[in-house]
Design a protein around this ligand. Structure first.
Ligand SMILES: [Fe+2]
Ligand SMILES: [Fe+2]
Length: 148
């Protein structure tokens, strides 16, 4: 298991961001596979595990990006716009872990596990694609220009 501690002394690079995006995509593919072929019980279990994984891994991922922005003096307005998007997802994940429907970016209303998994996959995939295309791409360009 990777060290996901939010260590203030950790040093990250743009390659870490790419690797973490891949890790998130792999976890989503795995959940999609179970959702397509598993029983309701298997899907419910996979869904709980995915939310658990996402709650720690997404937090670690956003910590990585936010620390890079902070350490390398990313422009303030761009920093706040980017961080705001991360926090909305984190608040949704906290609600899901507490057993409440998330109300911000991940709108999940279904009660049946298969439907819930579908809604989560669609919502998170849609969100992360547009976030990577907009905020993350700007950050990656900023870091790569500086050889970080
Ligand atoms: Fe981001
Ligand atoms: Fe990202």
């Amino acid at each position: 298991m990777k060290d996901l501690s939010l260590n203030a002394d950790a040093e990250f690079h743009s390659s870490d961001i790419h690797e973490q995006h891949q890790e998130l995509a792999d976890a989503m593919t795995e959940l999609r596979r179970t959702t397509d072929h598993g029983s309701d019980a298997e899907i419910a279990k996979a869904l709980d595990e995915f939310v658990e994984f996402l709650s720690s891994y997404f937090l670690f991922h956003t910590f990585t990006e936010e620390k890079l922005m902070y350490d390398h003096h990313y422009p303030r307005d761009a920093y706040f716009a980017h961080v705001r998007e991360h926090k909305e997802v984190i608040l949704d994940l906290i609600e899901m872990q507490d057993g409440h429907p998330p109300r911000r970016l991940l709108k999940i209303t279904a009660t049946n596990p298969r439907e819930r998994a579908h809604q989560l996959i669609e919502a998170f995939t849609g969100w992360i694609h547009s976030h990577i295309e907009q905020e993350d791409s700007k950050l990656l360009a900023f870091l790569e220009e500086r050889g970080i």
